[in-house]
Design a protein around this ligand. Sequence first.
Ligand SMILES: [Zn+2]
Length: 108
Amino acid sequence: MSGNAILKAMIETYQNDFMCGYTDEDKEELRLIFLELIVEVTRYVNNYRYCNKTDCPCSPERSIAVLVKRHEKEINKIFAGGFGLSEVPLGVIRQFLNEFKTYDQLEK
Ligand SMILES: [Zn+2]
């Protein structure tokens, strides 16, 4: 599945499943993490870069890796379950994000 299809599904999940359906008290905290993820996946898909190194701290790959590692629990909550309202299964989105973990050379 293309990064663009994943990005579309993430935005649909944010605007529909999450904004309309999520009601727990940590919603605002999760919302900010979700938005940061959307920004970095947008950079990755459109190749918006400040330098050419994919493992540089400024790269979208590295930024996604850091978010996924630092907020693993929150991201699993955001994309909980198998299916949302988007036609892309939530598990496919989680898998896409987890593949970036290898770009992060820092200790966990
Ligand atoms: Zn850089």
